[in-house]
Design a protein around this ligand. Structure first.
Ligand code: FAD
Ligand code: SF4
Length: 478
C-alpha cells in the first residue's frame, strides 16, 4: 500500500483562480480574479487532505471556519450544505474569500503549502457562496424566536455586520446606523472595486434586510442621530465605527495642492465607479497623464497605486522606506501592482515636498535608507544614508501611512473610556471582552484594535453580539 507521504506528493500542483491579463484589467475597475468554475472547484477541492485531527487552516482562521468540512462538501457537489457551513462561522464568506490575506492565514498554514502549493481555500470559499447565492440560496435562520431586546449598531462595516448577523439570528431586533449610503464600511468605501465588486455588498444588504436587520444609511451618529438617545432607547449599543484619523508625515510642504490622503482618494474613486455623485468631502482627483507617487508600502498604498493606474496616470511609483521583504501587505497585491505597471522604489524616506511656481507639488525629496537592527516590533528599522538625497518628480503625491483613531466627542457624555491612543477600551475585570466602561455599550473592530483586517473586525462584532446576549440572559435570570 502507498504511504501517506506518497499520497500527499501525488496531489497535483495548485491551480487556483485565473485572473484577467494586466493589459485588460488596467483599463477598468472590475474584479481581476475570475471565480472558479465547477471543474476547477472540483480539482482544487480534491487537493485537500481533509486533515482530520489538526487542520491548521481551521486553527489559523480567526473565525475558525470549518474549512476541511466545507471543502469536502464542495467536492461532493453539496454546494448548499457547504454554503450553510461557511455562513455558520462567518457573516460574509463570499467577501472573506475575496479579500482575506489567505497567504498569511489559512493558506499560509495549509499542510499542502510546502508540497504542491496550499489548497486555494479563499477561491473555494468564494465559489461555494457565490454559486449557492446564484442558485437562490439564502442563509438559514431556522426557528428564530423573537426576543424583546433591541440593539443599535453604529457602523455597517464588518464589525457591525458581524454583530447584527448574530443578534438577528438570536431574534433580537437590530437597527444599524451608518453615515455612508451603502453598507460595508471600508469593504465598500476603502477596498477598491477591482478587489471586491460593490454589488457583492448590495446583495448582502438584501440578505441582511430579509433577516429583519434595519439599515439607517446616510445617518451619522453625533450629527444626524443623537448617541445619548440611542443609549437611552436601546437595550445595548455596539460601536463598530472603525478608525479614520489620517496620519501626517510632518513633511514641509504637505499642504500643497496635489498632496492628497489615501482614503479620501479611494473613496472618491469608488463613489464614481458606483455612480454616486461627487461629494465635497471626497473630491475626485484628476490623474490622467500625471506622474503619481504614493508614499507607503501597505495594502492601502497598493490599492492607491492600482487605482492611479486605472485612472490613466502617466507613471505610478511606490516609494517605501523599508525593503521589499519588509512590506506589511499581501504579497499577492504587490505582484498584481507590478504586473499592472507600478514602479517600486524601496529603501527611500521622504524628506520634503517641492512646489512649482503655482505652489503645486512638483517633486518629493527622498533620502536613501539601509536596513538596521530590528525594532521592538521585530521589524528591521530603516536607517537614513547621509548624502543620498534626491528628488522624484510628482504631480500628485498620495500619503498612505495608515490610520489612527479619530475624535468622537459624542462618546464623552456617556463616559466611554478610551486608551492612550484614543481607541475604545473594552474588557477588564468582570466585563465581557467587548464591553466598554459603560454597561450597555459594546465595541469591536478597528475602533478598538486600530487598523487591522476584515476578518478580525468580524470576529469582534460576532463576539460582542454573544456578550450582549449573555448580558440579556443574565438580566432575565435575575
Ligand atoms: P470599518 O470597515 O471602517 O467600518 C466602520 C463604519 O462605521 C464605516 O462605514 C463608517 O462610515 C461608520 N461610522 C463611523 N462613525 C460613524 C458615525 N458616527 N455614525 C455612523 N456611522 C459611522 N482588510 C482585509 O482583510 N483585506 C484587505 O484587502 C483590506 N484592504 C484594505 C484596503 C484599504 C484601502 C483599507 C483602508 C483597509 C483595508 N483592509 C483590508 C482593512 C479592513 O478594511 C478593516 O480592518 C475593516 O474594514 C475594519 O472593519 P470595522 O467594521 O471595524 O470598520
Ligand atoms: Fe485541506 Fe490544507 Fe486545511 Fe489540510 S490544512 S484540511 S490540506 S485546506
Amino acid at each position: 500500500p502507498r504511504s501517506r507521504r506518497e499520497t500527499l506528493l501525488d496531489k497535483a500542483p495548485r491551480k487556483g483562480a485565473e485572473k484577467l491579463p494586466a493589459e485588460v484589467r488596467k483599463g477598468h475597475f472590475q474584479e481581476i480574479y475570475y471565480g472558479l468554475d465547477p471543474q476547477a472547484a472540483e480539482f482544487e477541492s480534491s487537493r485537500c487532505l481533509y486533515c482530520a485531527q489538526k487542520a491548521w487552516c481551521n486553527w489559523t482562521c480567526p473565525l475558525h471556519n470549518h474549512i476541511p468540512d466545507f471543502i469536502r462538501l464542495a467536492n461532493e457537489g453539496k454546494i448548499i450544505e457547504a454554503a450553510e457551513l461557511c455562513n455558520q462561522s462567518s457573516s460574509l464568506p463570499e467577501i472573506c474569500g475575496r479579500v482575506c490575506p489567505q497567504d498569511r492565514l489559512c493558506e499560509g498554514a495549509c499542510t499542502m503549502k510546502s508540497r504542491n502549493g496550499a489548497v486555494a481555500i479563499g477561491n473555494l470559499e468564494r465559489y461555494i457562496t457565490d454559486t449557492a447565492l446564484s442558485m437562490g440560496w439564502r442563509p438559514r435562520a431556522p426557528d428564530v424566536v423573537s426576543r424583546a431586546e433591541r440593539v443599535a449598531v453604529i457602523g455597517a462595516g464588518p464589525a457591525g455586520l458581524g454583530c447584527a448577523d448574530i443578534l438577528a439570528r438570536a431574534g433580537v431586533k437590530v437597527d444599524v446606523f451608518d453615515r455612508h449610503p451603502e453598507i460595508g464600511g471600508l469593504l465598500t468605501f476603502g477596498i477598491p472595486p477591482f478587489k471586491l465588486d460593490k454589488t457583492v455588498l448590495s446583495a448582502r444588504r438584501e440578505i441582511f434586510s430579509e433577516m429583519g436587520i434595519q439599515f439607517h444609511l446616510n445617518q451619522e451618529v453625533g450629527r444626524d442621530v443623537a448617541f445619548d438617545s440611542l443609549v437611552a432607547d436601546y437595550d445595548a449599543v455596539f460601536l463598530g465605527v472603525g478608525t479614520y484619523g489620517l496620519m501626517s508625515a510632518g513633511l514641509e510642504g504637505e499642504e500643497a495642492p496635489g498632496v492628497i490622503q489615501a482614503l479620501p482618494f479611494l473613496i472618491a474613486s469608488t463613489r464614481e465607479v458606483m455612480g454616486l455623485a461627487e461629494s465635497p468631502e471626497y473630491p475626485l482627483t484628476e490623474l490622467s497623464g500625471k506622474r503619481v507617487v504614493v508614499l507607503g508600502g501597505g495594502d492601502t498604498a497598493m490599492d492607491c497605486l492600482r487605482t492611479a493606474i486605472r485612472r490613466g496616470a502617466q507613471s505610478v511609483t511606490c516609494a517605501y522606506r523599508r525593503d521589499e521583504l519588509s512590506m506589511p501587505g499581501s504579497k499577492k497585491e504587490v505582484v498584481n501592482a507590478r504586473e499592472e505597471g507600478v514602479e517600486f522604489l524601496f529603501n527611500v524616506q521622504p524628506q520634503y515636498i517641492s512646489r512649482n511656481r503655482k505652489g503645486q507639488v512638483s517633486a518629493v525629496g527622498l533620502m536613501r535608507t539601509e536596513m538596521g537592527e530590528p525594532g521592538p516590533d521585530g521589524r528591521r528599522r530603516p536607517r537614513p544614508v547621509p548624502g543620498s538625497e534626491f528628488e522624484l518628480p510628482a504631480d500628485v503625491l498620495v500619503m498612505a501611512f495608515g490610520f489612527q483613531s479619530h475624535e468622537m466627542p459624542w462618546l464623552r457624555g456617556q463616559g466611554v473610556q478610551l486608551d492612550r491612543w484614543g481607541q475604545i477600551r473594552t474588557g477588564g475585570e468582570g466585563r465581557g471582552a467587548t464591553q466598554t466602561s459603560h454597561d450597555k455599550i459594546f465595541a469591536g473592530g478597528d475602533a478598538v484594535t486600530g487598523a487591522d483586517l476584515v476578518v478580525t473586525a468580524m470576529v469582534a462584532g460576532r463576539q460582542a453580539a454573544r456578550d450582549m446576549l449573555a448580558q440579556f440572559e443574565k438580566k432575565e435570570g435575575l
